[in-house]
Ligand binder design. Structure first.
Ligand code: PRP
Ligand code: URA
Length: 206
């Protein structure tokens, strides 16, 4: 399952983050803001528990999130989405997966992971701005499941049909939330029109 979040506020910010003239400071701010909106949508079915809250007037029957949430940014670019999701769920635990795409083969290379024990049994939310061939996302999902994760959501800023198909075929139980399903991949396996190299644009390394 996937959902393209078409809310005007998301689409407006998406236009700004795609712009080649958006510098890394603004790019980071937009990545944070878009992530908040995407995660707001992605968390719409999260479990709640009933709580009683004493207001200055009376007791209110309220609800609070009842899930152990583990956020997993894929290094490096996923770090650019971390502030956005922690703004929504500040008590979430954070695990890290380090993966880069080999420049020649375009295949994912996993070089690091450090996950909290709550990965097992918790709700895992993978954040990575780009889901291109889908190789990095599938490798992340394989790793999370090998570490006991059962309920996983992926949140990305831009994706394309090829990447979504790869993730769906490998992990049909995982829902993907995105701001854009773009046209295609180019010969260098970059998303077209996309937004370029997300890691370089976030961290000013290009
Ligand atoms: C980017 C991006 C994803 C991956 C997507 O990372 O952040 O992790 O590419 O491509 P795929 O779907 O074809 O696997 P990159 O390899 O540039 O590493 P970086 O974040 O360290 O710059
Ligand atoms: N990684 C990126 O940062 N951008 C793409 O378009 C594809 C992979």
């Amino acid at each position: 399952m996937h959902e393209e979040v078409k809310h005007p506020c998301v689409q407006h910010k998406l236009a700004l983050i795609r712009d080649k003239d958006t510098g890394h400071k603004k790019f980071r701010e937009l990545a944070t803001e878009i992530t908040m909106f995407l995660c707001y949508e992605a968390l719409k079915n999260v479990s709640l528990k009933k709580v009683k809250v004493q207001t200055p007037i009376a007791t209110a029957q309220c609800h609070m999130i009842d899930e152990d949430i583990v956020v997993v940014p894929v290094l490096r670019a996923g770090v650019g989405m971390l502030d956005g999701i922690l703004g929504l769920v500040p008590t979430a635990r954070v695990g890290f997966v380090g993966i880069y795409r080999d420049e020649k083969t375009k295949l994912p290379v996993t070089y690091y992971h450090r996950l909290p024990p709550q990965t097992e049994g918790g709700l895992c939310i993978v954040i990575d701005p780009m889901l291109a061939t889908g190789g990095s996302t599938v490798a992340t999902l394989d790793l999370l499941k090998a570490n006991g994760a059962t309920t996983i959501i992926v949140v990305c800023i831009v994706t394309c049909p090829e990447g979504l198909k790869k993730v769906r075929e490998a992990h049909p139980d995982v829902a993907v939330y995105t701001a854009a399903i773009d046209d295609r991949l180019n010969e260098r396996k970059y998303i077209v029109p996309g937004l370029g190299d997300a890691g370089d644009r976030l961290f000013g390394t290009s």
